[in-house]
Design a protein around this ligand. Structure first.
Ligand SMILES: *Cc1c(COP(=O)(O)O)cnc(C)c1O
Ligand SMILES: [Zn+2]
Length: 479
C-alpha cells in the first residue's frame, strides 16, 4: 500500500437539499444561490471508487493508520471519502480525529445491563468534535486562499461555545491572511468555552439572546458582507465530521451491522455527517450492513425528536423555542441542518438502515453525566445525553439484544464542570428542572481551617494533617 499523499482527485459539487440545484465548489457557498436551501457536498466521481473493490479501500485506510504524512494523520485518513479536491499543502492538522473508543467500565456495563462504549470526542485538540469540521473547513479555506491569492479573509461563526473554540484555534494556527471573529450569546457559554477563543486571540463579540439569535445575525452578515461563515451551514464542516463514523467503523473491523450509534442533536450537523458517512461506506461495500443510528434530544430543545415521533405519513416540522438546557451545546430550537437530516434519513431507511430519535429529560442528562464519570468514563453533558438516550432506547424496546452501543461524548467533561458543580451544590435554577440525587453528590472536605493551622506550632502541622486525613479516609494504622 502506498503511503504517499493520495492520487485520487474528483469533481465535487454543492447540492441543494431544497431545490436540488447543483453549484461548483470553486467558491464558498453556505446556502443555495437559487433558493436559500442548505447544501451538501457531493463527489461526482464517487462511483469510480467502486471499481477498486471494498477490500482495497479497507486495506488502504487500515494501512494509513501508520502514516507519517501529517496531512493524513487526522480526519484525512479518509481523504478519498471526504474532500478529494484538496492538495497536501492545504490540509490543516492539529491532532484532530482518531479519538479513542473506550468500552464502558465493567461495573457500569453491569449496572446498565448492556455492553457499550464511549467514543471520546472530547479528546480532540480543542476538546470537542467541532475540530473535525474545522479541520475540513479551514483546509478548504486555505485552498481558496492559495488559488485566489486573497490577502484578507475574515471568518465568523455563531456558537454555543465549542464551534468558536475550534474556529479560533484553527484560525490562530493558520494565521495570515485569516482573521477570526466569533459571536456568542452573552452568558450562555461555559467559562471554559469563553476562555478558549479569548486565549486563541480571536475577536469575541457577544449579543444578548440565545444561539438561534446569533445564527440569524451571522447569516445576515454572510448575505451582506465579505465574510467566511464557519457555522454548520458550511458544508465543508459537515464533511470533516464524517470522519467520526469512519473511525468508528474502522475500529470495529468495518462491522457495523450489530452496532447502535448514539449522538446528541443540536444544530444537527454531526448527525448529518454520521448518516452521510455510513451511506458512503455502505455504497462502496466498505461496511456490509448499516448501523442503527439514534439521535438524542433534550425535552428543552427537541424539534427533530418531535418531527420523527409523529406518524410517518403526516409529519410536520416545526422549530421550537428552547428552554435552558445543561446540554448547552445542543440547545437549539431551529437546527439549520434539519433538511439535510431529512434528506439523508429517507435514503438511509430506503436502504434498510434504522434511524431513531429519542427524547430525554434534563434530569436524566445530568444524572447520566455524573454517573458515567463516577465509573471512570469521560462524559460532558452531551455525552450524558447520549447515555440517557441509550437508557431511553432500552426502555422503549427499540434496541435489539445483540446491539452494541457506541455513545458519542462530544466534548470533554471539563468544559462543563460548571454544571457538575451546580449538581453537587443542588443549585440548578428552577428552569432546568434538575435536582441532585444525594448518592451522586460529591464535595471537597476541608480538614483543618487556616485558623487551626495558625494556632498550632509549625512542626505539628504535618502530623496533625496526616491524622486528620487518616481519620477522614478510614486508614488503618500499620501493624
Ligand atoms: C455542537 C455540539 C453538539 C451538537 O452538535 P450538532 O452538530 O450541532 O447537532 C453536541 N455536543 C457538543 C459538545 C457540541 O459542541
Ligand atoms: Zn436550492
Amino acid at each position: 500500500m502506498s503511503q504517499g499523499f493520495p492520487q485520487r482527485r474528483a469533481r465535487m459539487e454543492y447540492v441543494c437539499m431544497n431545490c436540488g440545484h447543483r453549484h461548483p465548489v470553486d467558491q464558498l457557498l453556505y446556502t443555495c444561490p437559487d433558493c436559500g436551501g442548505v447544501l451538501l457536498l457531493e463527489d461526482l466521481d464517487f462511483d469510480e471508487m467502486k471499481e477498486k473493490g471494498a477490500q482495497y479501500w479497507r486495506d488502504l485506510f487500515d494501512a494509513r493508520r501508520a502514516t507519517r504524512h501529517t496531512a493524513l494523520r487526522g480526519i484525512f485518513r479518509f481523504y478519498e471519502l471526504m474532500a478529494p479536491v484538496l492538495e497536501e499543502e492545504d490540509i490543516v492538522y492539529l491532532g484532530e480525529g482518531d479519538t479513542p473508543i473506550i468500552e464502558a467500565s465493567a461495573a457500569l456495563q453491569k449496572h446498565v445491563g448492556r455492553r457499550f462504549a464511549y467514543k471520546n470526542d472530547g479528546m480532540n485538540p480543542s476538546a470537542s468534535f467541532k475540530d473535525r469540521g474545522m479541520a475540513g473547513a479551514y483546509s478548504y479555506l486555505k485552498s481558496l486562499v492559495r488559488k485566489n491569492g486573497w490577502d484578507e479573509v475574515l471568518t465568523i461563526c455563531a456558537s454555543t461555545g465549542d464551534t468558536s473554540a475550534a474556529a479560533a484555534m484553527y484560525g490562530a494556527y493558520v494565521g495570515d491572511p485569516i482573521r477570526t471573529v466569533v459571536l456568542l450569546p452573552h452568558g450562555k457559554v461555559t467559562p471554559a468555552q469563553l476562555a478558549q477563543p479569548l486565549g486563541s486571540g480571536a475577536q469575541v463579540l457577544e449579543v444578548p439572546g440565545v444561539f438561534d439569535d446569533c445564527m440569524k445575525v451571522v447569516e445576515y452578515l454572510a448575505d451582506h458582507y465579505r465574510v467566511a461563515l464557519l457555522n454548520s451551514k458550511n458544508s465543508w464542516r459537515v464533511l470533516g465530521q464524517e470522519s467520526y463514523a469512519y473511525e468508528a467503523a474502522q475500529w470495529y473491523g468495518w462491522n457495523m451491522g450489530d452496532k447502535a450509534l448514539f449522538m446528541p442533536i443540536g444544530n444537527a450537523g454531526n448527525i448529518t455527517s454520521m448518516i452521510s458517512a455510513c451511506l458512503k461506506m455502505y455504497r462502496l461495500g466498505i461496511i456490509e450492513e448499516l448501523p442503527h443510528i439514534v439521535g438524542v434530544q433534550t425535552h428543552h430543545a427537541d424539534p427533530v425528536w418531535r418531527y420523527y415521533s409523529q406518524p410517518r405519513e403526516s409529519r410536520v416540522y416545526e422549530t421550537v423555542k428552547v428552554k435552558p438546557s445543561v446540554a448547552q451545546a445542543a440547545m437549539i430550537g431551529a437546527p439549520v441542518s434539519f433538511p439535510r437530516v431529512k434528506n439523508l434519513v429517507d435514503k438511509y431507511e430506503a436502504l434498510g438502515g434504522r434511524f431513531d430519535v429519542v427524547q430525554v429529560t434534563e434530569q436524566a442528562i445530568m444524572d447520566s453525566m455524573i454517573l458515567v464519570n463516577r465509573y471512570g468514563n469521560i462524559a460532558c453533558t452531551q455525552g450524558g445525553e447520549s447515555f440517557a438516550g441509550m437508557l431511553k432506547a432500552m426502555e422503549m424496546g427499540i434496541l435489539r439484544d445483540d446491539e452494541f452501543c457506541i455513545l458519542d461524548s462530544t466534548a470533554h467533561a471539563l468544559k462543563f464542570a460548571g454544571f457538575q458543580n451546580m449538581y453537587f451544590e443542588d443549585s440548578f435554577p428552577e428552569e432546568y428542572g434538575v435536582k441532585a440525587r444525594p448518592e451522586l453528590v460529591n464535595h471537597p472536605q476541608l480538614l483543618l481551617t487556616a485558623e487551626e493551622r495558625a494556632a498550632m506550632p509549625a512542626e505539628d502541622f504535618t502530623r496533625a494533617a496526616a491524622e486528620a486525613v487518616a481519620k477522614a479516609a478510614g486508614l488503618a494504622v500499620k501493624a
